[in-house]
Design a protein around this ligand. Structure first.
Ligand code: ADP
Ligand code: ZN
Length: 723
């Protein structure tokens, strides 16, 4: 029996490192074990990080508290522990906060107390209330419900559930065992084109090496990238490894899941924000015990407790949505590459519009390159034409130019579908007083309120503040002088209904439709139950609508400008993706882009299909400016509730900037959005040479500095947001 020993346990908290505990005699613990340990007056779950130091002699140092219990769950593997440490040190966050992302579903650890639920006995309680009736309505399905889920579904407190138990209407029972994961069927794809087969062969070879490599799968929209990387997935499965496919949350569509299901005979395990908690636990356990083989998830799936991960595919690798901006900031694509290196397995980055970062890594010989140059089968890439808005005037209050209207008419006459794209939610981005010029602003943020006409509200897109549309100007009290300015998709929808009253119109935006309702509309579009689709970036990506032949971009210039060094690249990617929705089957596709900057290199490149020259120019500019991927960036955002205090703190910080060759610091300057959720914001930008240790520099800078009171320092390594 093992004697007492000291174990260092990493806790899911913002602490600098693991805490020491004493493992009682007879408790056999090893690194990676999940344990329950006391912390202050309470217990918390942690992971054993190292074991083996003998206890200190009696009386020396503070007395160590005991490990209370070890959970009966597969250990967190060595490679994941190294990954957690790596993510923490790269992004300058405490390792415990990274571990917290791995421990999102503590109930999955198999605590028997969490495995209980309640079933409806059929007995009516003597006293019936509306709340009780709602609970019993839901529990009438006869399933065993966890108390918290039942309470949430019925919108009642746990006291109501307890009352129903006391009244004999609900009875405690074990939750049913997890539905097992089916084993995927592995069979090679027959009928790949020659180009596809070559790319698939390269990817399979990377899997067979059982070593770290990164391959950029670079293929135009509709070229069969998914088909091709599925061959790599099949190869990893055949080698008895698990596979993680990362997608931006927005692209995790039912259609995509169905495709993987068709290919592998069983649906992948899903991991994203919309999962029910019992399903989360099932997936967590299936990933940990190795029974879940293909995991399809948003960025947080990186922190699942894999049993034997052997391949990561990052689909739409160029997407900025892989960057987590809240809490622990990290870029899931970059972390995936680091993970592959730590775990010695291949990583596939897939995109029709790869990031400049990845392309430059190909140039440098660090990544391999597999290309698909043509759409599958008879489908052709859409033609892209620019509509020069400088010479094509718009009618007042209208946003579609005559040439675009004519194209929509043509498509409708042919019985084809059109997509009108505008990346702006709501009705109008600005409400202005005609009498005094007042612009209606958010009280908590330095931002205009956006009118949402369907909801009859003015909404702040930064903090969610919402208020009814006022009848009088808040500034000069004049009546009926407030006018909407600029287009949002609700306003565009109004114009479309007015221009094409007989067309069946769908309007898609994340604030109007979600979940099952949204999935249904996507299916209906694919089944051609709509003629015109009006949408934000929600429709821009990943979807396959066979009848869609026309894409109209209402305002291509929205994202250009500002401090973001990737603005042109991102606009190029977004517009290529949107245009790529057109003509994905036998009907040829056309895209029309309304722009006031038709001479901008990216617009010229889009119109001529000359990606290479656009990229060359982008690379040259970034290299000259020392911007990523030729230089490194990090941002420090200083925020606080009091403007003066925040500014003073930022200035004080600037006095401590260390001297270092190869790196310099800009700022502090008020952030472009200087006030968010009642917090004033100042920014520093660190710009450095590529081999500069930016983390070490920032750590040295901030060492000994304490943000007190409401003040906060947020560090963003490799920032993608410059607001
Ligand atoms: P991408 O991921 O590059 O946009 P997809 O993999 O979605 O492309 O392929 C586009 C469409 O063409 C899909 O409907 C896909 O099923 C089909 N497809 C691609 N390659 C093949 C193939 N070799 N055999 C049959 N269908 C294919
Ligand atoms: Zn706000």
């Amino acid at each position: 029996m093992p004697a007492q020993q000291v174990v260092d346990v990493l806790l899911p908290l913002a602490l600098p490192g693991p805490y020491s505990y004493l493992a009682p005699e007879g408790l056999d613990v090893a690194p990676g074990d999940y344990v329950r340990v006391p912390l202050g007056p309470r217990d918390t779950i942690g992971v054993v990080w190292s074991v083996g130091r003998p206890p200190r002699p009696e009386g020396e140092g503070p007395k160590l508290r005991p490990v209370r219990e070890k959970y009966d769950a597969p250990r967190l593997k060595e490679v994941q522990r190294r990954f957690i440490e790596w993510v923490a040190s790269y992004n300058l966050v405490p390792p415990g906060l990274v571990l917290r992302m791995c421990l999102r579903v503590p109930a999955a650890l198999g605590d028997p107390r969490m495995r209980m639920g309640y079933r409806y006995t059929g007995a009516e309680p003597e006293r019936m209330t509306p709340q009780r009736a709602r609970v019993l309505d839901i529990a009438a399905d006869g399933l065993v419900w966890r108390a918290s889920e039942l309470a949430e579904a019925a919108g009642v407190t746990s006291a109501v559930i307890k009352g129903l138990v006391d009244a004999g209407a609900l009875v405690k029972e074990h939750l049913p065992a997890d539905r097992p994961f089916q084993q995927p069927r592995i069979q090679p794809h027959i009928g790949l084109s020659r180009e596809q087969a070559a790319a698939a062969q390269a990817l399979r070879a990377a899997v067979a090496e059982r070593a770290f490599s990164v391959t950029l799968l670079d293929g135009v929209t509709g070229s069969g990238k998914t088909e091709v990387y599925c061959e790599a997935i099949a190869a990893a499965l055949a080698a008895d490894r698990q596979v993680l496919v990362l997608l931006p949350e927005i692209a995790l569509t039912a259609g995509f899941i169905r495709r993987l299901e068709e290919r592998f005979g069983t649906p992948p395990a899903e991991w994203h924000s919309a999962l029910k908690s019992t399903e989360r636990e099932r997936v967590w356990r299936g990933v940990a015990d190795g029974s879940a083989k293909i995991i399809l998830g948003a960025r947080s799936a990186l922190f699942l407790p894999f049993d034997r991960l052997g391949l990561i595919v990052v689909d739409e690798e160029h997407e900025a949505a892989f960057k987590q901006e809240e809490g622990v900031t990290y870029h899931a694509r970059d972390m995936a590459v680091a993970y592959g290196s730590l775990g010695r397995f291949p990583v596939i980055l897939s995109s029709a519009t790869p990031s400049l970062e990845s392309l430059v890594n190909v140039d440098r010989g660090r990544y391999r390159h597999a290309t698909l140059s043509a759409r599958h089968g008879a489908a052709r890439l859409p033609t892209i034409d620019l509509i020069d808005m400088r010479t094509t005037p718009l009618e007042r209050g209208r946003w579609m130019s005559e040439p675009l209207v004519a194209e929509v008419v043509k498509a409708l006459n042919e019985g084809e579908q059109a997509l009108l794209f505008l990346n702006r939610r709501g009705y109008a981005p600005l409400t202005l007083c005609r009498a005094c010029g007042h612009r209606v602003q958010c009280p908590n943020c330095e931002a205009w309120l956006v009118e949402h006409r369907f909801r009859r509200q003015l909404i702040c897109h930064h903090c969610g503040f919402a208020a009814p549309v006022p009848h009088v100007c808040p500034s000069c009290n004049a009546e009926n002088t407030l006018v909407p300015c600029g287009p949002g998709i609700e306003r565009l929808a109004e114009e479309v209904v007015d221009r094409f009253p007989d067309a069946r119109t769908a309007i898609l935006s994340s604030d109007l439709l979600r979940g099952a309702g949204l999935r249904q509309v996507f299916r209906d579009i694919a089944d051609r139950r709509y003629d015109i689709v009006i949408g934000t970036q929600l429709v821009a990506k990943g979807h396959h609508f066979p009848g869609l032949t026309l894409v109209g971009v209402i305002d291509a210039d929205l994202v250009l400008g500002g401090a973001d060094p990737r603005a042109a690249e991102r606009t190029y990617q977004l517009l290529s993706q949107v245009a790529g929705r057109a003509g994905r089957e036998s009907l040829p596709g056309r895209a029309f882009i309304q722009t006031y900057m038709p001479d901008h290199p990216l617009m010229c490149a889009l119109a001529s299909g000359d990606r290479a020259s656009f990229l060359e120019q982008e690379k040259k500019q970034r290299e000259q400016a020392g911007m990523p991927p030729y230089g490194r960036l990090a941002a420090l955002i200083i925020s606080g509730r009091d403007q003066l205090e925040t500014e003073r703190f930022a200035r004080e910080l600037s006095l401590h900037i260390p001297e270092a060759k190869g790196g310099r610091v800009f700022g502090p300057s008020p952030a472009p959005i200087a006030l968010v959720r009642g917090r004033y914001r100042y920014r520093f930008l660190v710009q450095a040479e590529r081999d500069f240790n930016i983390q070490g520099f920032i750590a040295a800078w901030l060492s000994g500095i304490q943000a007190r009171g409401s003040l906060r320092i947020d560090i963003d390594i490799d920032p993608y947001s410059f607001l």
